[in-house]
Design a protein around this ligand. Sequence first.
Ligand SMILES: [Zn+2]
Length: 445
Amino acid sequence: MTNKIPFLVLLLISITAFSQTKKIKALVGGTLIDGYGAEPIDNSVILVEGEKIKAVGTITTLEIPDHAEIISTEGMTVLPGLWDMHVHTMINGHADYAYWDKTYPPLLKDVIMPSSAEQLLMAGVTSARDLGAPLEESIAVRDAINNGDIPGATLYVSGPFIQKKPYPGTEDFRWGVNGPEDARKKIKKLVSAGVDVVKLIDQDKMSMEELSAIVDEAHKNELKVVAHGHRPDEIRRGLMVGADCFEHTGLSSAPRYPDDIMGMIRERTADMSSGPLYWCPTVEGLYNYEYTRDNPEVLDNDSWHRGLPDSVVTDIKNSIKHPDRLPYFQLTPVRKPTLKTKIQQLLDAGVVLMIGTDSGIPMKFHSQSTWNELDVWVNEFGIDPMYAIRAATYWPSLWMGVSDEVGTVTPGKYADIIAVKGDVLRYISLLQDVDIVIKHGKQYK
Ligand SMILES: [Zn+2]
């Protein structure tokens, strides 16, 4: 008898485990945008087995197994989990970076970064590129999410920014380079720690030898390089050395990209062998500043409190009590009118834009940023909603080199799927409140 009990327990455990991995979910009825850009599929059926998508069809073409768990998506738009290609999980809307960097490093790994990742996930963002944070913490949080220890968006992390010189007090998450040898050494250190991408900023302050060493060493190790595009020479030099993606529209309040830069961009987009030229314009923080300043009620949406201790929430609230006084945004009203022109220049030159937000900057919360970026693209800049959705699904997965696994709703890929009531192609801002979030087959919302 005593021998049999452990055996029975073991049997039960393995039966439970077996039935869980084999369990099929059926998402039934909604209109599916699969991420490839074709016409949406009405009355769709998606079968999810374990972590993966097993089949995609419609209620007339695809049989739903008897034992499947039915999740109704009637009246909803169903789409791939969103990507945000530019987030900062180490910050969360606080207005004073110097204070934050002094105060919160001990909480980054166990509180701040996990909270950011979970807020993203609950907003329907199932994958995110995290561009600039301390190395050990970045890897630990990414891995904890991947191992299923904590809930959160799948993160692709850069670890520390690579730049000419860290600003005082930021040495933990900004690494300086001193000569090409040192540059290679720093990249090798990132490679052996297992980062997913390299984040480059202030590259106009480096020597060309340093800059080339960084990109060459990264590419040799199959890491792509994301480059800041704030100043004209950051863009020029980034293009010269073959940076793989640019961030921000940049050029401050200057009205448009100068002709020589546009010439370089067109030269680059014409070179098919290098693949598309990618760019995350990260416009919504700038575009919505004046609205937020004059309608601060949006800051009281408590979705950004999730996972944060009350003391931190209070601290953040106090720092943004006077949105009109934040130094970060004083020039923003002058920059705002230039954004549409710059985006249009990039589109006209054949650049592939991706959704990225700079989420975490003052007053920009991980629970809200991504849908706001989509909303500004579509409703303010007139970008086709299908283009915007692909910029937050298909293209990011391709850029990250994981398009075989995620990014579209396709049999064989991980089931990263969201659904929201209503027609997202008609009203993109419905994405501010997604009804269903599934990541790797597990329903989180
Ligand atoms: Zn950023």
